[in-house]
Design a protein around this ligand. Sequence first.
Ligand SMILES: Nc1nc2c(ncn2[C@@H]2O[C@H](COP(=O)(O)OP(=O)(O)OP(=O)(O)O)[C@@H](O)[C@H]2O)c(=O)[nH]1
Ligand SMILES: [Mg+2]
Length: 695
Amino acid sequence: MHSKITNKVQIVSESGTYILPENYIKGIIHDYPNINMDYKIISIVGSQSSGKSTLLNAVFDTTFEVMNVNDGIRQTTKGVWGATLPSDGLFIMDVEGVDSKERWDEGAFFEKSTSLFSLAMSHLMIINLWTHDVGRFSGSNLKLLETIFEINFRLFHDKPKDEKEKASDSQRKGLLIILRDYNTKNNLEVIKETILNDIQKIWKEIIKPEKYREMSYDQFFNIQFETMAHYDYERPLFDSQCKELYKKLVNQNLPSSFFNYMKDYTNAEKVPVPFEALDFYIKNIWKTVRSCKDIDLPSQKIIVTDYRCRQISNELVKNQVNPQLEFINEKLNQNIYKELKPKCEELYNKTLETFDAQTSYYDQTVVLNNRKELEGQLKDRVQKFLRRQTEMIKILFTHQTKESIKGLKELPDRADFYKKWSTTKKKLLAVMENSFLQSDIQFAEYDIKKYSKELEEYIATSLDDLFKGELESYTQTFFAKEMKVFLTEKIRSLFEDPKIIFWEEFNKSFFALWKKVIQKYETTLMQGFNLSKQESDKQILELKKQVTELVTEKILDRKSGFIQYIRGIFEYNFKMHNGQERIWANCSKTDIANFYQVALEFSLRAADSFTSLEILDPDAANTKTDQSGQQDVTIIEALEFPKLFSESECENCKNVLKAQAESELLTANLKSDNATWLQTLTKVSQVTKLLGYLK
Ligand SMILES: Nc1nc2c(ncn2[C@@H]2O[C@H](COP(=O)(O)OP(=O)(O)OP(=O)(O)O)[C@@H](O)[C@H]2O)c(=O)[nH]1
Ligand SMILES: [Mg+2]
């Protein structure tokens, strides 16, 4: 007749301790997972030794302790017991009888506790009454009903819904009054009326909280009746009534089902909590009952849901998440982890999927809060991973950038520098960006773009700086190798030549050199460094600047010996002719004055020429031509030359030169005069000699 029954189990001990074994509910849910959202709890209360356990055993085939007649009238069921009929979706609770003689002072409190507990837990509470007690209601029977009504107020905080909605109100409890030892001499209708009148009376008399004052008892309870024949005297009838009772308790589709009033309830309304959380729910309610606090079933549901969600979440973290995190952590300890994104995403999705599946039975608002917490935990951990990963990417690419720069610097020439430089830059940026993209985990909400941008900037700036530096150093090297040595030597030799005006000769040599080398320089700039004509011209100007700096430096080096240098020019031009020293004695005063004039003017011009740099621009496109048809001087444009010697320095030098020149002139004239006098003397002596001959 009955489905398999799990062993009876004690829920609350005789002393009032919650003792349901931890794995009891787990074991049932493991074997009968369908029970989770489809079960009902039935409890039985009534006076001691009123055949409660006997009835449960007869209806459900359970094995609750029953009194042995030979032991006399003594209490049998201690505390609260339970048994599950998994295939029928029933959880039966057998409760210690009320009015027990064994419990003296503590008795009333214990009775109230077990009654409140049974009422809180049950969908249907069976109230076991002796038929012959009805009408001459003994104190204990009345007291029991009164207790049930009173304690019911402690189950809820909120008002039940209004009259119309009461049928679907899950807060409504089923009360099944079973009349024992009922026989045909009794009149059920009269008995029912008697009981209902008594109930009405009790309801009126009990003290109701303000908010419930206007409500009737059937807004809280669905009261039904059932009769049972005498167990000993009418056993066949008793047994068939038990079978009927079983059907009405198990088959909700029967019109006579005791759970008919629940047929419109939603699944969530039907069960207080999923069966898997029943142990925690029972424990919690018992704890609340014993601490004399109001129960408030709706918040108990939330507490249990919250607890279960936490438990599910913790178990997931422990069994699924942590090992995976540890695995990823290990990988990150070694290096950048390429699989970080897919691994983390898979972990995140799978964990939440499992969480959702396991919590689908619970109140979703509570579930959602817990889900968010779990999401947050996962996000936190993954963010930490991302921090490490991005740090490693940064280190890697900083290193790679430095290595690339080293490689570019070490290139043997600059013939295709730009090509190699830009390939390196593009490749570095692309690989770097890809590394970050591979670590872009959406759910972690980690601003990876910020890091990628930072690194992008670093790489770009480093390579751009390298480019600028290389360009500059190429110019420097080019100047040093191709121009400096030659020009230095040239300047030195020009200063040793008194026959020339410095700039005229310098520019000739400079132009020749420029013509020889500039093509190579320009080609490297435009092909090797990919400069535009304009950029290249700018760079060429840079080269010209180097030339002017070198010339300036070399001229200024000679500042202290400048007067001597100019004097050298004067002396050479005055005193020498075709590499031979002039013989003043052979020169007329007029000649001397002429030589003097030419040499002085030349040396003064030489002195004047050093007041400014007069390096001509070898690239001057439009050299001006003056009226005489001679090309004008076109100084290298766009460069600010320092003055070599100031006007006054030059003037001073010229004055010194003039003074010295005059003294030279004097000497020359004197030598010439002496020669004339000597000549005269010689002539005189010759005349004298001749005269002597004539004598
Ligand atoms: N008159 C009568 N006696 C019954 C009936 N059912 C059981 N008994 C007897 O009543 C006695 C008590 O039975 P239990 O089933 O242990 O009663 P109980 O209400 O569970 O008792 P506690 O758990 O101690 O409160 C036993 O001796 C049964 O034989 C019944 O229908 N009519
Ligand atoms: Mg019993």
